[in-house]
Design a binder for this molecule. Structure first.
Ligand code: NJP
Length: 263
């Protein structure tokens, strides 16, 4: 991998929340953040804050990751105007929490379009150039919901399970290519995510005491670039719960089922 001051780090969903914090952390290290999201105005505002703090002016592009042809166009533009993407952070995503019987199929489709197909398109857009240069790092922001699905998050959890399955397959396909694949699986993080995921505010309230700080999650994610590993799981205790669930699902649902009903 090149030194930080030559690294190009493309981050989807960088107009707010985790993505914006990751762009900040990239610039603090001396790297060039390429910030992608739908809201051009928020991207520009975020980039200005980063320029003020670090002296580095991020490159911004308006992009809806669910639009596969726009993804192709924007990533070709990045390659032409900025250079090869050394690190791609597939972070754009959203959730809608609903009992499945009441859930709208359209909402679930849209979650798959962004959280899964968007991530596929962005990954395909950067792979050929990473292969050519012989290195690169693709970091997918999945979730603890990709390991343990709880009530009211069937659709959302299914998208994140898909991301983890895809990441594991891709990692094996890319063995020996110099391209690393990691996933970041956080529990609840203090961002705007909940304003769409749960408009009642009930879930946010019930997990308030163990919400992660977005800046801290972003710093650990960017640290993965220097010390790649397959998964970053936060907080650790929650991941321990997910592991025990995978071993003894029936028992866990019986003993800790009420803990799974926070949404
Ligand atoms: O959420 P939020 P987070 N095309 O709402 C963008 C996962 N996660 O930072 O397009 C392109 O503050 C949107 O930008 P805009 C979660 O699943 C979270 O928490 O301008 N971009 C904004 O920048 C997601 O994968 C928690 O509206 C699109 C960003 O995505 C990632 O963390 C827990 C887009 C969302 O920012 C970041 O979410 C967990 C599109 N079509 C996993 N649609 C948590 N917060 O608790 C949205 O386990 N965006």
């Amino acid at each position: 991998m090149k030194p930080w001051n030559e690294r190009v780090v493309a981050i989807t969903g960088a107009s707010g929340g985790l993505g914006l914090e990751m762009a900040k952390e990239t610039a603090r290290k001396g790297g060039l953040p390429v910030m992608l999201a739908r809201s051009a105005e928020k991207l520009e505002q975020g980039a200005a804050v980063i320029k003020n703090e670090t002296g580095i002016r991020p490159v911004v592009y308006e992009l809806d990751v669910s639009d596969a042809s726009a993804v192709k166009q924007v990533f070709s533009k990045i390659a032409r105007e900025t250079g090869t993407v050394d690190v791609l952070i597939n972070n754009a995503g959203f959730g809608i929490f609903d009992e499945f019987e009441q859930a709208k199929l359209q909402d679930i489709k849209e979650m798959f379009e962004v959280n899964v197909y968007g991530l596929f398109s962005c990954t395909q857009a950067v792979l050929p150039a990473m292969r050519k240069q012989g290195y690169g790092h693709i970091i997918h922001v999945a979730s603890q919901a990709g390991k343990l699905a709880t009530p009211k998050s069937g659709g959302y959890s299914a998208t994140k399970h898909a991301v983890l399955a895809f990441a594991n397959s891709l990692r094996m396909e890319l063995e020996g290519s110099g391209i690393r694949v990691s996933t970041v699986n956080p529990g609840p993080v203090r961002t705007n995510f909940f304003s769409r995921a749960d408009q009642t505010g009930q879930y946010e309230k019930s997990v308030e005491k163990f919400m992660l700080d977005a800046g801290a999650v972003a710093a650990k994610t960017i640290a993965l670039i220097d010390r790649p590993k397959r998964e970053l799981n936060l907080p650790r205790w929650m991941n321990a719960g997910s592991k025990i669930y995978q071993l003894f699902p029936g028992l866990m649902e019986k003993l800790a089922g009420s803990q799974f009903r926070k949404k």
